[in-house]
Design a protein around this ligand. Structure first.
Ligand SMILES: [Fe+2]
Length: 382
């Protein structure tokens, strides 16, 4: 049996018939065949069956974006040799001429604010990949503590990296479409976590000439498009997010679980502490129900909201990857989806690092309040 989920619909990076190798320390890794094709072996995923992480508890979080210069002049100094292009008016910017690894603290604060404002920021020609996993980890640590995924593979010694490795196997591709007609699955990474994953770095190491784009949707714009009456209806509602199905599917397929599954209640309408803008916070993969409503009512409303954000192409963008492209996104104000559209088996090797942000709140007066929503947890027995 493969050591990772070959039928896990919750994370396309886990569709791996190629993960059948072993490291010298006994961890699972990719097959020798795929290892021989990998251009960045130090980033290959490994799964240590003996590695266990404790459950997360509440963490206070102060977004670096709150320390930014309002004009972002540390990141974008006047007259500097860089270029900024908006991918769409509503979402995403593409930057050339700035090397992320060389930014000082003041520029990183501006960067945090810029990502909060634009949702998705694409940086071309970055130098992280040849610096080994440590370089990107050190960069991300400035913004907060880094999330360790409960099931995904990571390079030995770097549990902060969530590695996405699609092996050069026809089976890996076939599995994606075994029970589905498309590979699109909109989600916010690990929205079941108590402290939401916030600033996220994603970098491609090895990829094909085309294929494997990532789709992003703007949850702020999705909220703002709603009528005043609908906004009023959504105010004060909360969604139960759970990793139980992800964990069960992973376990069923022989995967490794490092942390017990968790469920948390988050506001359906969340507010970003940097922009102070409200946005929808829900996704089909981990959002289970609106806890204040009856099940049928919840299904009805969630179905509308999922459709609204997933089908509104006019609040979405599509990011095309190139080697050494690094994308930073805000994992709360956007949702995203993989796009598996390769014609033939290829290696696609990438990694993600996620900063743990604030515990999601619907009102900034509850920011960093450890007792927020306690009565709802008690009511639901969580
Ligand atoms: Fe994701």
């Amino acid at each position: 049996m493969s050591p990772v989920a070959d039928a896990d619909k919750y994370d396309a990076s886990q569709f791996q018939s190629s993960h059948v190798g072993k490291t010298t320390s006994g961890s699972f890794t990719v097959s020798d065949y795929n290892k021989s094709l990998a251009l960045y072996p130090e980033y290959l995923p490994t799964w240590n069956p003996n590695q266990k992480f404790p459950s997360y508890t509440f963490q206070e979080y102060h977004d670096r974006g709150l320390l930014a210069d309002p004009q972002l002049s540390n990141l974008f100094p006047p007259g500097g040799d860089y270029n900024i292009r908006r991918i769409s008016p509503k979402l995403g910017s593409e930057i050339t001429g700035i090397q992320l690894s060389q930014l000082d603290s003041a520029a990183k604060n501006d960067l945090a604010k810029f990502v909060a404002e634009r949702g998705v920021v694409v940086f071309k020609n970055q130098d992280f990949n040849n610096g080994g996993p440590q370089k990107a980890v050190e960069f991300c640590k400035y913004f907060g503590s880094l999330y360790k995924h409960p099931t995904s593979g990571s390079p030995e010694g770097f549990p902060e990296l969530h590695v996405c490795f699609l092996g050069a196997d026809q089976d890996a591709l076939d599995n994606v479409f075994k029970d589905r007609t498309n590979s699109v699955s909109w989600h916010s990474d690990c929205s079941y976590a108590l402290n939401g994953l916030q600033l996220t770095l994603f970098s491609c190491l090895q990829l094909a000439d085309s294929g494997g784009d990532t789709l992003f949707a703007n949850s702020v714009e999705a909220y703002e498009r709603l009528s005043p009456a609908m906004k009023e209806r959504l105010e004060g509602l909360h969604v139960l997010h759970s990793s139980l199905e992800q964990a069960n599917n992973n376990k069923q397929a022989g995967g490794i679980t490092r942390r017990a599954p968790e469920a948390n209640i988050h506001p359906l309408v969340r507010i970003n502490p940097v922009t102070e803008k409200k946005h929808l916070y829900l996704n089909k993969e981990f959002g289970r129900r609106i806890v204040e409503l009856k099940e049928d009512e919840s299904d009805y409303l969630l179905s509308f909201l999922f459709d609204h954000i997933e089908k509104s192409s006019d609040l979405q963008i599509r990011v095309r990857w190139e080697e050494n492209t690094v994308v930073l996104w805000n994992n709360s104000t956007t949702i995203h989806s993989p796009c598996v559209d390769f014609d033939e088996p290829i290696i696609r090797h990438a990694y993600r690092i996620s900063v743990m942000g604030e515990r999601p709140v619907g009102d900034l007066k509850y920011l960093n309040d450890v007792n927020y929503l306690q009565e709802k947890y008690t009511e639901l027995g969580i």
